[in-house]
Design a protein around this ligand. Sequence first.
Ligand SMILES: [Zn+2]
Length: 307
Amino acid sequence: MEEELKKNLETLKFKPFGYLGGMRGQMEDVIFTANEHPLKGFWLVGDFSNSREVGQVEGFLHKNATVAEIAQLMINLYERLKGMKETKFESKDSKDSFSNQVMLFPNKKESKENSKKEKYRRDNDYFTYKTSEYKCSHCGWKGMGEELEQGDMYDYGVEIHCPECSERFPGLIVFPTTKELMERGTEDDKIVANYSNSFMEKWENSKLRDISQLPDLYDENIAFILKEVEEKKESYIIITHETKVIWKEIRSYEYYWRFVEIGKIFKQKYGDKMVDLVPDVDGLYLYGDRLTSIKTIENFRKELREI
Ligand SMILES: [Zn+2]
């Protein structure tokens, strides 16, 4: 794997893994494996598993991907796995699973979940368990938390087992929230937490929300063009009409859904004057690796032309 890419992955707390030069990282209960891909730069596979269910999603990025782009892809894969989990287990409340309010360590669980969390937190504090003493009631092993084995992962934490006899210790090590990482984490934790916070905030703030943000246009039969641009190491999508940039916002990975959202707001603003929104991009970021995303965009554009 190339040095620059390796360094970027390390910033996101990836560690070397396996024999083929891969790297492995984690976001909550999702494990990410990064490997070079002969044709597509490198790929990131997100795995989620616990005692009830497994899920796997993957995405590609070019070799010169920035930390921001890798983090975006991680968040995107995380979201998709989260969506898969929620539709399987909590199909009724999965509506907001694809919302854009993504955090590395989501903190908006119901109060019931919170009290469970509080109980586990008392047992094994994420920030101190490594240097706390543990004793196994089964085989008598005594040692520090850092020697414990990790067991199954859940949405809010991971099981811990005795390294001698694999007896399960009570409670879980509860994953910290971004806020807790900022307050109590290591310098590395703070970098990641800070990064995810500021990136998400920046992304949210850059997004088109309603027609009041769009200028009046007096032409007819407008086919807007969507392009991707780089500015000061930040990636954006811009929507242009002739030589004018009508809208610009931060680009995310696999943003076909965002394409449709933006297109709808444009249609609301420009009505009959708008006949198309044309993607003038290579598609790596727009479509990602979702087979259905090309069709989604085609259908949406057809609708635009027919209305
Ligand atoms: Zn034991």
